[in-house]
Structure formats: structure tokens, C-alpha cells
Design a protein around this ligand. Structure first.
Ligand code: FES
Ligand SMILES: [Fe+2]
Length: 378
């Protein structure tokens, strides 16, 4: 039996929901579980980094994965272990059609089926080759990013989360990658936590911890997560004070660990971003951020500025995660969710639990989040 940690909001009329808030601790990183969300897509690599004929070796969810692109431009993913005697397939070579293992030369197509075993004599049945298969993962390329599906489902796969607001618009993009030294659950909690912002992201050009303001935001359940509905950003920063009244932003979260955001200027989407978290293993997570902007002719000016700000922001999150990792070594008992600012973190664990249960019970996912107004200071 897993213990259930109960988080019951104090009586407070400002809550838009009245249910006791339950989070099953087995879905929390310091609980029994240490689980990953499965039967879902995880960001693997940027499409630009994967030229035809190239393969990239990664560890995702603790599994060795080879992501490649064939000579027709189609991305694929295989388990990076030769089914013959376990040498990583990525140590061999790939000609755009077959991955050839460097140990005995077995050759696999991009679906993982063995097509050639060089040691077979001419009088031996070559058909035996196709009995051997390297595990293959569903793989999709969406908005220039390559995603890999982890789970046992083979059909009716869910949608890949997409950066919003780009419909019908051409866009340029840049990508930043960094490593977070904790389980994905802590990385997600950090990604969606509004309370750390004034303390962690306090640069002179952005804001200081002194400029805390009361925030009231409306959240609605959507797909496998929620959306903080479109609003004007708070005028903490010099930049936003100048142009803030022309700007609106909408921020969403989707399982397994994706933050989506778009910014509109005078009603036109100018910037859209997707931040993804992919577990490397139980205690390491890869964060990738892709920024898209939709005014191509200013790309040469915008690119270095956007890259600078994204690197600064994510670097601040990474530094705090490195400190958090030190504290987590003693496996402490935590009070992770306190009042409204902690609610998105609690929702994440609710979503994760419902996703897992709906998958194992073979039923449709029912978003457990209720439309809510959350209130906090940041
Ligand atoms: S280990 Fe790969 S061909 Fe033998
Ligand atoms: Fe942050």
C-alpha cells in the first residue's frame, strides 16, 4: 500500500475548487515510485542536428537509444543494443539505409529488422536474419524536433506537444540544451513553479525579489495538462514596462514535462517556445528549449538576444537544481506544495497518476484538473 499524502487547502473562498487535494506519494520522486510517465512522447533531438545518414546515441528514461535519419530524411529510433551480443549499434556505422554493428557486421534496417548476417555461409538460409530484431521506438518529427515514444502502445498514439501560435506562420528557431541533476519530477516542479521566479530569475534587466506583486491567474484543464489563459505579463522589468501593454502571453503545461508559451504583440504571435524535460535516468534530466519567432527578417538581430536570455534563464534554473540535488542526497521528507503557488506542482502529480492509470486500464484519460483561479505573490 502506498501512503497518500493529503494536501488540503485552508478554507479560502478564492479557491475555485472545493475538493480535497490528494496527491499519491507513490507518484512523487521521494515516494515509493520514482516513476516515469510512459506511453507518451519525449523530446529526443533537434531535427537540425540529425542530418541524413547520421545517428545520435542518447540515454532516455534509462534506456540506450539510437536516433537516426535515413537517406530519405525520415527520422527513426532504435534501442542502441545489438540483439546479437549487445554491442551498442551506434558504435558501428550507418549508410542511410542500414545500421551495421561493429562486432560481427550484422546489418539492421531502420525498423530494427536484421537484413544481413555476414557469417552465414552461402548454402545457409539467409531468411533467418529477419528473425533478429533490434527494438524500435515510434519516432516523429514535429516543428523541427524529433520525439521518441516510450511505452507498450503501438496504435492510437497521443499527440506530440506543439509550440502554440505558429499555425500558418513561418518561423525561425533556436535551441538550448542543459542537464538538470535531478529526477524529472523535481525538474517539472521547478519548471511550473511561480514562487521561485523572483528569487531565481532576478537579473537587473529582468526583475528583483523586491518587486513582488500579487498575481491572480485563471487556469483551465486542456489536453494532458492545463493552460494559464492569455493575459498581459506583469510589468516587473524595464522591457515589459515599455512595451507590456501591447503584449499578451499564454502558458501551458503538458505531460510528460512540456511547458508551452507564446507571446503576442498587438494580437500577432511573435514568439513561441517549448521547453521539454526528458529523463536521462532516475537522477538526471535533459532540458531542451526551442524558441520560434515569426518575423523572419529580424532573425539576425533577434537570434543572439533570444539565445542570451534563454541561456541566462535556464542557467539560473540549472544552478538552483544543482543546489537542490545536494539537499536531496539525504532523501528528505518534503512539503512540496503550499497553497496556490504549489498547486501546479500538485496538479502535475495528479496528471501523472491519471495518465498512468488510464493507460494500464486501457481507458481514455480524464483530465483531473478543475478550472481554477490561483493567487500568489511573485
Ligand atoms: S554484437 Fe552486433 S553483430 Fe555481433
Ligand atoms: Fe525557472
Amino acid at each position: 500500500m502506498h501512503s497518500i499524502a493529503k494536501f488540503s487547502p485552508q478554507p479560502n473562498n478564492e479557491y475555485a475548487f472545493d475538493e480535497i487535494f490528494n496527491v499519491d506519494s507513490s507518484y512523487m520522486p521521494n515516494g515509493v515510485g520514482k516513476t516515469f510517465t510512459r506511453n507518451i512522447w519525449y523530446y529526443a533531438v533537434a531535427g537540425n542536428d540529425l542530418k541524413p545518414g547520421k545517428m545520435i546515441a542518447k540515454t532516455m528514461l534509462g534506456e540506450p537509444v539510437l536516433v537516426g535519419r535515413d537517406s530519405n530524411g525520415v527520422a527513426f529510433a532504435l534501442k542502441d543494443v545489438c540483439p546479437h551480443q549487445a554491442v551498442p549499434l551506434s558504435k558501428g556505422h550507418f549508410d542511410g539505409k542500414q545500421v551495421v554493428c561493429c562486432f560481427h557486421g550484422w546489418a539492421f534496417n531502420t525498423s530494427g529488422v536484421c537484413e544481413q548476417i555476414p557469417s552465414l555461409s552461402e548454402c545457409q538460409d539467409q531468411a533467418i536474419c529477419s528473425k533478429f530484431k533490434a527494438k524500435s521506438y515510434p519516432c516523429r518529427e514535429v516543428q523541427g524536433n524529433v520525439w521518441v515514444f516510450f511505452g507498450d502502445r503501438t496504435e492510437n498514439l497521443p499527440d506530440v506537444p506543439e509550440a502554440p501560435g505558429l499555425e500558418g506562420l513561418s518561423s525561425d528557431k533556436t535551441k538550448s540544451t542543459l542537464f538538470i541533476p535531478t529526477h524529472i519530477d523535481y525538474a517539472v516542479a521547478g519548471l511550473i513553479d511561480p514562487a521561485h521566479v523572483p528569487y531565481v530569475h532576478n537579473a537587473w534587466w529582468w526583475r528583483s525579489a523586491k518587486s513582488m506583486k500579487e498575481k491572480v491567474k485563471k487556469y483551465v484543464p486542456e489536453a494532458t495538462g492545463w493552460t494559464m489563459v492569455k493575459h498581459k505579463p506583469a510589468a516587473h522589468s524595464i522591457a515589459f514596462k515599455l512595451i507590456g501593454r501591447f503584449i499578451e502571453t499564454e502558458i501551458s503545461f503538458r505531460l510528460p514535462g512540456c511547458r508551452l508559451e507564446y507571446i503576442q504583440f498587438n494580437g500577432r504571435t511573435i514568439l513561441s517556445g517549448i521547453t521539454t524535460l526528458t529523463p536521462i535516468d532516475d537522477t538526471h534530466t535533459e532540458m531542451n528549449h526551442t524558441t520560434y519567432w515569426t518575423i523572419p527578417f529580424i532573425a539576425p538581430i533577434v537570434t543572439p538576444i533570444v539565445n542570451y536570455f534563454v541561456k541566462e534563464f535556464l542557467g539560473q534554473d540549472k544552478r538552483i537544481a544543482e543546489m537542490q540535488e545536494i539537499g536531496l542526497r539525504s532523501n528528505p521528507k518534503l512539503s512540496m506544495f503550499v497553497k496556490d503557488a504549489g498547486m501546479p506542482g500538485a496538479w502535475y502529480f495528479q496528471l501523472k497518476k491519471e495518465w498512468s492509470e488510464s493507460q494500464s486500464e486501457g481507458r481514455a484519460f480524464e483530465n483531473p484538473i478543475k478550472e481554477s483561479v490561483l493567487r500568489w505573490r511573485s
